[in-house]
Design a protein around this ligand. Structure first.
Ligand SMILES: [Zn+2]
Ligand SMILES: [Zn+2]
Length: 163
């Protein structure tokens, strides 16, 4: 087992994890259940495999999507976190601090694949700030997303807004 350590967590930071060990397998799943669970066209997942998974902050909430599968998520912000079945646990790829290090190697559930997914790379591309004219709030936007690294305390900063 290698000593590679990967970390990640949900959008708000209430849930954090550490995955130690050999590079796990990343995939995308097109099945209808994964589409729903992620609110997306498909779900990117990283199978923990033999790597050691430790939840370092917070506790997941679970939805049993079938008699054999449960899906973990952050009850505070709603980020999908896990797919868990008898054959192991997989973690949502986008929740890793460096998801670009885990390229998917296989597609599952292709019977549920939405046709246009194969053409997404043909769409016109726009930078976030390209929309500044129609969305001027982007100019002074303040992110409440947890940073892409472990932190000592959570929440990181006291909320200053009165909303
Ligand atoms: Zn959260
Ligand atoms: Zn699936």
């Amino acid at each position: 087992m290698s000593d590679v350590v990967r970390t990640g967590g949900c959008q708000c930071g209430a849930i954090r994890f550490r995955l130690s060990g050999d590079a796990p397998d990343a995939s995308i799943c097109h099945c209808r259940m994964c589409q729903k669970a992620f609110g997306a066209y498909y779900a990117p997942l990283v199978a923990a495999g033999e790597a050691e998974l430790t939840w370092t902050r917070g506790q997941l909430k679970y939805f049993h999507s079938s008699n054999h599968v449960r899906r973990g998520f952050c009850e505070n912000c709603g980020t999908p976190m896990t797919y868990e079945a008898a054959d192991g646990i997989a973690i949502s790829a986008g929740s890793f601090d460096e998801p670009g290090q885990l390229p998917p190697v296989v597609q599952f559930g292709v019977e549920g694949k939405i046709g246009f997914v194969d053409r997404l790379h043909e769409l016109p591309e726009r930078d976030t700030m390209d929309d500044i004219a129609s969305a001027p709030f982007l100019d002074d936007i303040v992110s409440y997303q947890h940073p892409d690294h472990d932190t000592d305390t959570w929440p990181n900063s006291p909320k200053e807004d009165k909303q």
